[in-house]
Design a protein around this ligand. Sequence first.
Ligand code: ATP
Length: 582
Amino acid sequence: MKTILRVLGYLRRYPVLGSAQLLCATLMALSVIIFPSVTGHVVDEIIPNPERHGQFLFWVFLGLLGFFLKDGLNCARIILNNHFEQRVIFDIRSDLYQKLQRLPLRWFDGRRTGDIMTRVVEDVTAMERVLIDGIELGLVAIIQLLAVGVVMYLTNFSVALWATLPLPFLALGAWIYTHDARDRYRGQREAASDMNALLHDNVSGIRQIKSYTAETDEHARFNDFSNKLRQASLRIMRWWAFYSPGMSFVGMIGYALVLGFGGTAVMNESMALGELLMFFLLLSLFYEPVGKLHQLNQMALSSRAAADRVFDILDAEDEPHATDGEPLTQPVKGSVLFKRVSFSYGDQPTLHEVTLEAKPGETIALVGPTGAGKSTVVNLLCRFYEYGEGSITIDGQELKNTRKSSLRSALGYVTQEAFLFNGTVRENLCLAKRNAREEELISALKAARAEEFVRNLPEGLDTNVGERGVKLSGGEKQRLSIARALLKDPPILLLDEATASVDSETERLIQEALDALMANRSAFVIAHRLSTIRNADRIYVLDQGRVVEEGTHNGLLKKGGLYAELSRQSFLAEQEEALAPS
Ligand code: ATP
């Protein structure tokens, strides 16, 4: 019930469309009684009275007008319904999308993309169907049921009583069907989600599947999920296969009762033949909405399962300070201080009392074995995750109270794997600065050593780069993402250096691009190739979530600790790479 009420909240946004549609539906439901009433009148009053035969055609046209009215109103209702429905779907999707953007990364860590997509695309449509089609169908059905019922009882009370005798049994059947249906429908929605999630994963990883020749295994895995969806759907259909004909049969008993008792009444001359004929016409109009109500019940159950999944997202907690909190004082100078910061993703602590500092304009390198917590430091600075203990400040301002949009506009994050969106080079660059002029784009590309290859693309800046930038090389993607950060021109730069090896010419170009990017701003560099951070102002060495060493390249080498060891390994690795046949 709570779900239904929440869903109704969306309908209230369009009172005119909603009321106009309901008015059409109500008038349409009432107009169905015109033809049976006209038929009863013609058979009992017009046909037996030769002096009234002149009116015969008038009554036939009146009956036809009843149908015309019904279908004309239905046409208007459908048009209004379509607009109403599409607006509500649009609103729910828009709210969901907005909500998704406000959810913390922790929420996404525990979810599958395919599942989220199923909720936004399929579940919203399923949930909305009962809202609009359902409420309207239900209302039309109930009005028609009542109107026809009243006419039947006014026409002949005792025959009407027999005609409506199956109703309590139909209600009982509906209750039994509904009782544990929620599980069935939820099971089906979840099976659909699982299949979509696998499909999304496999399409994203199609290169890996092909390179490991895992097509047969993955096909079997897909079939497994698809089979679960088939079973879940069949479970629903099996119930429906018994429920729907069973209920139809119970309704038909009403016809047999009317034939028996109405026929007897006609034979006893306590009921006119036209009246009986009218009764049969009314009876079909009476049980038609009952059938619709059964369908509606099924639709409502499926819809509720879908709505639960949609509200599961809408009810999730926003990341703190997504829109509120203190903005950073402008202009941001770029001094960053981590003071005894501890953090954990789950039960195991990931960072222990980490203290580090970058003064405005300094380049800070984070070094350490894999899993040491380097990316986590950057994640906390962006407040992708919330730190509990310790403090992180920018220009002395505590980040716990800072508005995220203000914080993130002061940061430029160049990730290890350059992520490009499916769009043109221009669109990808403009993510950093919406209305960037052509000259600004070109100068960012020049500084990132990317101008030449972009100029050589078939359509230059307007070339589509494909999903995740699949049509570009690794080095080209990196330089574009550096150009994007240059265009943003943030006071603080976070750079997760790429590990993928590129040829020495590309490496030189990338290094030049990075030098341009790091100039005149504070920079945190997660360094995987130690040769690139020799000139860093300070190097912090992390191991198992702790800062174990700190100093300059030469100072740390002299110390002969973990950095010296890592440096030796890195040097050897680079030597090996240089010697490897290309
Ligand atoms: P690398 O050099 O391999 O990139 P790193 O030093 O950057 O490693 P982090 O990515 O910060 O290491 O990871 C630190 C620890 O936190 C690892 O043990 C990792 O498994 C864990 N971790 C990282 N991200 C998450 C996450 N989203 N959820 C749970 N655990 C995570």
